[in-house]
Each structure stands twice: as structure tokens, then as C-alpha cells.
Design a protein around this ligand. Structure first.
Ligand code: CP
Length: 322
């Protein structure tokens, strides 16, 4: 059983399990004597540290591998003629790893070069194709399910069970970023039955197919009006992402987004129009760019609890799939 996106899981029962781990009511060690590989193509603080600690707390051993850094560069394309700079194919990499490890976590960001290709998550899918052990998505081009599960757990902890008015807002950032976090947050919020409002400037739409899937679960409103979006919000989730239309041309995205810098930031004025809304962000966050100091340092900010909950939900995921 893989964990590639939240849509494959019952998030409610996953969160219940995570809350038992957090409360100390579940001390099971299903990984005793077992090892898990964590493959990072990209940098990480929270994901790497919380996975290592979580695997240890479940009795297991985590080994971090960095293709192109401390391990060989990797090719993922089937049929590739490997006469370039990639030394090893995922086909061998994965089948060797699973002789040592019972699961493989993979982080592989979008390169923001080719939307149609990257939206299919080719690197993550190659791991899943060749593996016979579970693959855990630690953030791919399209999804960050561990983050989204921790986000839903945090909303449940802070505001209780039941439908909430949840606002996912784009924020200005000096360069285009991948859209895995907002995609997974939107999907997971809809799966939990929340009323979801997605606010972004024109041209910064999320993946259409993903939005259609979210709409099968719950109400999804999309607006270009950031002020109206904040009215009555119980949750404000800020994230920046790149425009699909500018994949492969970062400079055009950077010049397009310049007009949104002053308006698309989470500040006290906007938060004052929420319904005592909590402020959320996956971190890392650029202070006074995405969110002002006054908001992230306020009592409404839950970003540190949100990061802690990564540990608990990932233990629940590991306990479930292993
Ligand atoms: N939120 C998150 O995934 O953090 P890292 O990139 O530091 O792992």
C-alpha cells in the first residue's frame, strides 16, 4: 500500500490514529528491527527530521539518501539511453533498496519546466512502478500528502470536528514555487468536508482535474478577490505557487506577479475580518513577504503545532501501511 496522495486514505481515521500517538495512548513499535529509506532529491527540514524521529519512535531505523549528492544521480525514464550525466536507473535503485528496507519515502519537487509532464509526477510514479515495498510521498510535483494530513489534524485540534470555512490564499513570493502543498491542502480540506475558498490572482489557477476531484467531496469556491475571501474565515492557509502558464519561463512569472506584491500578503488588517481565524503555513515561510511578523507571531498562528503534527501523522501513516 503506497501513500502517494491523501485521496487513497480515510483522513478521519488517519487523524484519529495520529492523535493517539500524540497523546501517548499508542506506543506500538511496528518498525522494530526494520529500516526505512528516505530519498531526498530536494532540501528539507521538517519532513526529513520528523520522518527520522517518527521511524525511531516506531522502533525502526531511517537511512537518508540524496541522489546526485551522497548517492548516484538517478534516471527515471523507461527506455532512456543513459549516455548523459545520470549514473543509475530507478529500476535498479529501488529494487536494491527494497532488499534492505521495508518502505521508501521520496521527495521530488517539480522543476517548473513542463507543466503537462510534471503534473503526472513521473519520478514518484517510477519509484511506485519498480517497487514492491510501500512508497511514501514526501512531496512530489503534485502532492504533499503528509503535510496536508498534518494540516487537517491541526484544524481538528484547534477548531474541533465539523465543517469549517477554510481559505487557501496565494501569496506573493519573489520566485515561482511548486504547487504540491496547495493542491494537497485543497484536496484534503475537501475530503474533510470543509467549505473551501481558494483565492489567487488571475492566471494562478490550481490543477483543474484536482479541483474537480475536490468538488466531488465538498464546496469549493474560487475567487480573485483576496479581501472578500477573508470575510468570516475560520482558517487562513497561505502559500505561494507558480503559474502553470509560465512553467519553463520563470522570468515571465516573476514579472507578472510583481503587480500582486503589495496586496497578496497575510496581514493584521485581513486577519481582523476573519471569524477569529487561525493562520496556517507549511513552512518554511518568508516573513513580511508571505505573512507579516504581527500575524505569524500572534496567538492566531498555529504554524509550530502544524509542523509538530507532521511527526504524529507520519507515524500513523507508517503504522497503517506497514
Ligand atoms: N513543510 C515541509 O515539508 O517542510 P520541509 O520542506 O522543511 O520538509
Amino acid at each position: 500500500m503506497n501513500f502517494l496522495s491523501t485521496s487513497e486514505f480515510d483522513l478521519g481515521s488517519l487523524i484519529e490514529s495520529a492523535m493517539r500517538f500524540k497523546a501517548g495512548d499508542d506506543r506500538a513499535k511496528p518498525l522494530t528491527g526494520k529500516s526505512v529509506a528516505l530519498v531526498f532529491f530536494n532540501p528539507s527540514l521538517r519532513t526529513r527530521a520528523s520522518m527520522q524521529v517518527g521511524i525511531y519512535e516506531l522502533g525502526g531505523n531511517a537511512v537518508v539518501l540524496e541522489p546526485g549528492g551522497t548517492s548516484w544521480t538517478l534516471e527515471h525514464r523507461a527506455g532512456a539511453v543513459m549516455d548523459g550525466d545520470r549514473t543509475e536507473h530507478v529500476a535498479e535503485f529501488v529494487r536494491v533498496l527494497e532488499r534492505y528496507w521495508v518502505a521508501i519515502g521520496v521527495r521530488t519537487f517539480a522543476a517548473l519546466k513542463n507543466w503537462e509532464e510534471e503534473r503526472t509526477d513521473p519520478v514518484l510514479k517510477a519509484f511506485a512502478k519498480y517497487a514492491s515495498v510501500p512508497i511514501i510521498n514526501l512531496e512530489s510535483a503534485m502532492h504533499h500528502p503528509c503535510q496536508a494530513a498534518a494540516d487537517m489534524m491541526t484544524i481538528r485540534e484547534k477548531l474541533g470536528a465539523g465543517r469549517k470555512r477554510v481559505v487557501l490564499t496565494w501569496a506573493w513570493h519573489p520566485k515561482p514555487l511548486p504547487m504540491a502543498v496547495p493542491n494537497s491542502f485543497a484536496l484534503a480540506a475537501a475530503q474533510m468536508g470543509h467549505d473551501l475558498v481558494i483565492a489567487h490572482p488571475p492566471g494562478y489557477e490550481l490543477d483543474e482535474e484536482l479541483i474537480q476531484t475536490a468538488r466531488r467531496h465538498s464546496n469549493v469556491e474560487i475567487t480573485n478577490d483576496i479581501d472578500a475571501a477573508f470575510d468570516g474565515a475560520e482558517v487562513v492557509y497561505a502559500k505561494s505557487w507558480g503559474a502553470k502558464q509560465f512553467y519553463g519561463n520563470a522570468d515571465r512569472d516573476i514579472s507578472e506577479r510583481a503587480q500582486f506584491r503589495d496586496k497578496w500578503i497575510v496581514d493584521e488588517e485581513k486577519m481582523s475580518r476573519t471569524d477569529n481565524g487561525i493562520f496556517m503555513h507549511c513552512l518554511p515561510v518568508r516573513r513580511n513577504v508571505i505573512v507579516t511578523d504581527a500575524v505569524i507571531d500572534s496567538h492566531s498562528s498555529v504554524v509550530i503545532d502544524e509542523a509538530e503534527n507532521r511527526l504524529h501523522v507520519q507515524k500513523a501513516v507508517l503504522a497503517k501501511i506497514l
